[in-house]
Design a protein around this ligand. Structure first.
Ligand SMILES: [Zn+2]
Ligand SMILES: [Zn+2]
Length: 373
């Protein structure tokens, strides 16, 4: 285990390092010890930057639903201690000798991945998220150099190989940019893959962290966006964020009005829901892409698919090149996430509010708060 939890005592675990690898650096973050523990202050080791590494002082980290599911082991397989966080924006503190695209002082970002094999067919096509051999998640993967879990962005510092570090275009609000690294790319990638753009009618189901990005991005791509939400209190927000129309999804007649009329649906709902209701809104050969992850299987009536030859698909974040493309697109169109900035000491409160969908529309941790007692 690369982490330790003995405040005031620096204990370097030499045995876990590959021979010849430089001594690690000690970082501070917030971790969960097990599935029932609250997140609390935690000290741990990261590698010193190697020749191709970029070391980043973290300024902001978004709070994603995956963080909550992982620290509570709700999807199984959590490695503890768990430092979550994969929507990271910071400033470059050091670079290795072979780094060419970043300089000390640059604003940089890290999303959900920190390494992959770089050799498999997916990696060669820039689809690192589907790496067949060696994808390393920003947290909750096995650290290929230090051993133990990878530690995420709820921390003061991170070291990442250059290929997986993104540029934040000049002028972007840095806190608002953080959620683009997961919520942004998770919705941008399927919108691009399925050709959202002018003349297209795009449905977005759910107005949370993912949904509010899907609405903004699809609107900026020139599509006609129809938002489906259960909450009448979100209608005005939906229109403000870029939806042309908002339908209340618990009103069957309001939903049925869109029957066989949409070119693409991005479904962001992470709870059990009636998928047939939305499949029925697709035109011939159109696709519903599920990006929200309910914790139980969704049932699908096959009649919903064979009628109109419809497709039910999934999508997972996006590759590194596409993530940079998304950041540049957002800068061009003046898009960042709508956020509530919190100190890290409030992260449990943020989780409790996220479970009630009580956030507009993403919490972002101000990492300066880590310096407080
Ligand atoms: Zn995420
Ligand atoms: Zn690969």
């Amino acid at each position: 285990m690369a982490g330790y939890r003995e405040p005031g005592r620096v204990q370097i675990l030499h045995s876990i390092f590959k021979e010849g690898y430089p001594m690690p650096i000690v970082c501070t973050g917030y971790a969960a010890e097990d599935a029932t523990a609250s997140l609390d202050r935690f000290s741990f080791s990261r590698r010193t930057p190697g020749p191709t590494d970029v070391a980043i002082d973290i300024l902001f980290c978004g709070v994603c639903h995956t963080d909550l599911h992982t620290v509570r082991n709700e999807w199984g397989g959590t490695l503890y201690p768990c430092v979550p966080g994969h929507e990271i924006v910071g400033r470059v503190a050091a670079v290795g000798d072979n780094v060419t695209r970043f300089r000390v002082g640059d604003v940089a970002a890290v999303g959900c991945m920190v390494d992959s094999c770089q050799e498999c067919e997916s990696c060669r096509r820039g689809l690192e998220q589907f790496c067949a051999k060696g994808l390393v998640g920003t947290y909750n993967s096995v650290d290929p150099i230090l051993g133990g879990p990878t530690f995420g962005g709820y921390s003061n510092h991170i070291v990442v190989t250059e290929h997986f570090v993104l540029h934040i275009p000049e002028g972007m609000d840095l806190a608002g940019a953080a959620p683009l690294l997961c919520a942004g790319i998770t919705t941008y990638s399927p919108l691009r893959e399925w050709d959202a753009g002018p003349g297209k009618r795009i449905g977005v189901v759910g107005l949370g962290g993912l949904g509010h990005m899907a609405v903004k991005l699809a609107h900026a791509m020139g599509a006609h966006v129809v938002l489906f939400t259960t909450s009448s209190s979100k209608v005005a927000d939906g229109l403000r964020l870029g939806a042309a129309e908002v339908a209340l999804s618990n009103d069957p007649e309001a939903v049925a009005a869109y029957k066989s009329s949409l070119d693409l649906i991005i479904d962001t709902v992470a709870a059990p829901h009636d998928i047939d209701l939305y499949l029925g809104l697709l035109k011939r050969d159109a696709t519903l892409v599920q990006v929200g992850v309910p914790d139980k299987p969704l049932s699908v009536n096959v009649f919903s698919l064979i009628a109109n030859r419809r497709r039910f698909a999934g999508s997972l974040i996006g590759g590194i090149a596409e993530t940079q493309e998304m950041l540049d697109f957002c800068a061009t169109h003046g898009i960042t996430a709508d956020i509530e900035l919190i100190p890290i000491q409030d992260v449990e409160m943020a989780y409790a509010r996220m479970l009630k969908s009580d956030v507009k529309y993403r919490f972002v941790i101000d990492m300066a708060s880590l310096a407080r007692a």
